[in-house]
Design a protein around this ligand. Structure first.
Ligand SMILES: [Zn+2]
Length: 359
């Protein structure tokens, strides 16, 4: 049997990668998403029936379909990224800071950062190895012992300014290396879907704020959009490193090259079984690679969305990425392509019958 073809398959080409580069190099720590919001607005406005920026800063986009009995489908992608917030000035160009979103303090020392809306340079410094005692090297440095050092180079910093890892986007062969691939991959995917929405549905796109600190934007976005069902588009950690010792890597979470990760369960959501089935059936019918994300921790905007109003059937689909929430992540262009293809085909095949199916 030859697989059936989706009517239109969207491609990840050089213009999509250029847009992702702009999105990844922009700084948008939770609560300060303006830089990414500006790019999103510029991209979606020509293709939308309605575009709103709500009270929290979510970009809510409506693109209406045509014909009878259309489902209202919410697609959510968070614009924010994990990062830092300056909390106190310590003199001599040093600043105390706090982390925003889930971060591993062990991954901070020695990293360059961009601070504030002007991307001013700084460094998260620590005592050099020359001065460190042997047992000191075995301990994790506490967050409150770390400072962002501007080298007295910046005069314009304020308490509350955000900072991010200073990592420029790069493409190397089949892979993308960048900060904030979680979730600019989702944002770039959703921009494509807004531009080329299938006509059988009303597409309600929510580019959300404050996901990394608990899905706060998605909660109000879902209430406002009042959809029949929702899909969160995100990036999930790939845990596919070669084993370094016996106990390591017995359980893969997701792998690069395995295609989009479909969620069954995470810390915040049990995905709607009808939506899981729809995604899997679509992928199999069109021979699109996919993987089931190992049920477990973590979460997406779906955690907030599915509990809105009288309940909204929800599922998440993620592009896998290694080293999430660190200075640089690695993702595969092929996984991004397969995620876009699967989402488009799944939307194109959605009918109201799905929601009357047994769970
Ligand atoms: Zn994310």
């Amino acid at each position: 049997m030859t697989p059936e073809k989706s009517k239109s398959s969207l491609r990840i080409g050089s213009s999509q990668i250029r847009l992702l580069e702009r999105l990844c190099n922009a700084c948008a720590v939770s609560g300060d998403e303006g830089e990414v919001r500006k790019i999103v607005l510029e991209q979606v406005k020509p293709h939308a029936d309605e575009v709103k920026v709500d009270a929290l800063g979510n970009v809510l986009v409506t693109r209406l379909g045509a014909g009878e009995g259309r489902l209202r489908v919410m697609l959510a992608a968070h614009m924010d990224e994990v990062g830092f917030m300056l909390t106190a000035e310590d003199g001599e160009g040093f600043y105390r800071f706090d982390t925003v979103g889930g971060m591993d303090v062990r991954a901070l020392v020695g990293k360059a950062v961009w601070i504030g809306r002007e991307h001013l340079p700084g460094v998260i410094g620590a005592k050099p190895i020359h001065m460190a005692e042997k047992d000191e090297l075995k301990r994790v440095i506490a967050l409150d012992a770390l400072r962002i050092d501007t080298g007295l180079g910046n005069k314009k910093l304020k308490i509350g300014d955000r900072a991010v890892f200073a990592t420029n986007f790069a493409r190397h062969g089949p892979s993308l290396h960048a900060k904030a691939l979680d979730n600019r991959l989702g944002v770039a995917t959703l921009v494509e879907l807004v531009k080329h929405a299938p006509a059988n549905i009303d597409l309600l796109a929510a580019f959300t704020v404050q996901e990394e600190i608990g899905g706060r934007g998605a909660r109000v976005g879902a209430f406002a959009l009042d959809p029949h069902l929702a899909i969160a588009i995100d990036s999930t950690p790939a845990y596919d490193l070669p084993p370094a010792e016996e106990r390591e890597n017995l359980r893969y979470n997701t792998r690069l090259g395995g295609g989009p990760a479909i969620y069954v369960a995470d810390a915040g959501t049990l995905s709607d079984p009808r939506l899981i089935r729809h995604l899997v059936t679509t992928a199999e019918a069109l021979s699109i690679p996919y993987q089931m994300r190992q049920p477990g921790g973590g979460g997406t905007d779906a955690g907030a969305i599915h509990q809105q109003r009288a309940g909204i059937p929800s599922v998440s689909v993620s592009v896998p990425g290694r080293y999430a929430h660190t200075a640089v992540s690695i993702a595969r262009i092929s996984d991004w392509q397969d995620t876009l293809s699967l989402l488009y085909a799944a939307l194109e095949r959605l009918t109201p019958v799905l929601l009357s199916e047994e769970r």
